[in-house]
Design a protein. Structure first.
Length: 166
């Protein structure tokens, strides 16, 4: 018994000592998709990105700025909207909604002066971004609740509503 306990203790100590070395390559941020997957608030967004077949695009080189609605934001849509968008026959519509949340380029909050901006989205139309003197930011009326989540291929700004193209 004592030998088994000593071997187990030695193995545990070795694993603890090796962990920082093994984890060292994780210092770089993950890409936008993996960052969203790792967070707890984007389950619906991740499912939608998968259903829209946009995973590879959002894992691409970028850089991208993604205005990411939370699960709560998707839940606030009229009943049945998310289920309808996730249907295979509605993939083009889902792609349009999701790419409306993505802007080419990486826009960190501290790099944008107060003002109103119309930014072209990957969907092809523009999204209206208002940066207040107090640092508040809205995107087509949705509030940015968490800004500047860095990813290897861009940045994520969390918003409290799903924004829809006209």
């Amino acid at each position: 018994m004592r030998l088994t306990a000593m071997i187990s203790s030695t193995a545990a100590a070795a694993a603890l000592l090796a962990a920082p070395v093994l984890a060292d390559h994780h210092n770089e941020p993950a890409d936008i998709v993996d960052t969203a997957v790792a967070a707890d608030d984007f389950n619906t967004l991740v499912a939608a990105v998968q259903a829209a077949d946009l995973v590879d695009a959002l894992k691409g080189e970028g850089p991208f700025t993604v205005f990411a609605p939370t699960d709560e934001a998707f839940a606030a849509l009229p009943e049945g909207t998310v289920d309808t968008l996730l249907m295979p026959e509605n993939q083009a519509q889902l792609q349009a909604v999701l790419t409306y949340h993505v802007v080419p380029g990486s826009y960190m909050s501290d790099s944008v002066d107060p003002g109103t901006y119309d930014l072209e989205t990957l969907q092809g139309t523009t999204v209206n971004v208002v940066v207040g003197e107090d640092g508040s930011v809205t995107v087509d009326g949705a509030n940015v609740v968490t800004a500047d989540i860095e990813a290897s291929n861009g940045v994520i700004h969390v918003i409290d509503a799903v924004i829809l193209p006209n």
